[in-house]
Design a protein around this ligand. Sequence first.
Ligand SMILES: Cc1cc2nc3c(=O)[nH]c(=O)nc-3n(C[C@H](O)[C@H](O)[C@H](O)COP(=O)(O)O)c2cc1C
Length: 345
Amino acid sequence: MLKFNPMFTPWQVAEQDFPKDGALEEKFKFLLRYAILAPSGHNTQPWKFKLQPDGVFIYADYTRRLHVVDPDNRELVISIGAAIMNLRVAAAYFGYACTVQYQPKANTPELLAFARLSESSQTDHELKKLFHAIVQRRTNRNAYEVRSLAEDELKRLQKLTAGKKAAIRIVTDKAIQTSIAELVSEGDYIQMSDPAFRQELASWVRSNWTRRGDGIAAYGFGIPGIISWLGPWFMRTFDLGKPQAKKDYQFAKEAAALVIVHGEDTKESLLEVGEMFERFVLTATSMGLQYAFLNQPVEVQDLRTRLRAILGLADLPQLLFRIGYAEPQKRAMPRRPLDDVLIEG
Ligand SMILES: Cc1cc2nc3c(=O)[nH]c(=O)nc-3n(C[C@H](O)[C@H](O)[C@H](O)COP(=O)(O)O)c2cc1C
């Protein structure tokens, strides 16, 4: 057996290894190998799972919370929603109906959902189509081509915008993009000038040869080779607000589209935000599109109010990202072994 490498091993999950003749719990465990490939804030992977005879309990791991950038655990809960969507897609692909109940037990704040799984010959066809995108999806922070989305692509994405307690807005109007770009760059100045923000980010930045299963390897920020060893020190020590603001302003303004997922600040709504976001980016990935976050105006309270006003939202902006055409980001971010996030017994 090859040694576990967090950069590669989790991403090399092969569908032919699905334990067709295995016990039900073994099958559910295999499906979770796709759930843990979901994105999460700073790649904290703030989830835990407990296998049950009829499904999986999904927990928040609050020990992995980001006190500075996400003081209310908003993005933590959203990340778990993204993992739930991956589980739904993998379940559909391997022939399991998946019904998810949010917050199944009162007075258990860690327990966010129960995914009931049952064999079915008629699983969701649209979800199945996203299966191969799970291992292809990457956050891609590079520059994209300055090119509009094709009409049919936009139409396909528009179909994913309505939810129950959350929704998605796709912005392609350049004037609105420019107003949002201004908030993004303001956000960069505010966040990067805060030593606590930089300290927290730095504590999750890893060298390009990291053997740790979490955090953001420096290549995710375009930091190459040997210099990547200095990545955390660099982030911690220098206020990079000005160059970051300039770059992000351009990215937001020129993006083929800006996408806002919005909803309320309740756990139910945030889980749905995460699910809708992940479905959206898996679809975009399957279409050959790239995406990266510009969450600054959602993370700074005053900017969030202004973003809400620009968009005329009745509820609150939760995520902001750009999509477009670019060379795919080849290298994946590390993941912890599945056994590290399973609760036994
Ligand atoms: C809720 C959430 C918030 C995130 N916020 C940011 C962000 O503000 N800036 C950023 O560059 N990446 C952000 N990310 C992306 C993560 O850093 C990324 O998912 C993680 O490093 C794993 O990499 P991968 O998406 O390529 O698998 C966010 C992801 C999630 C799910």
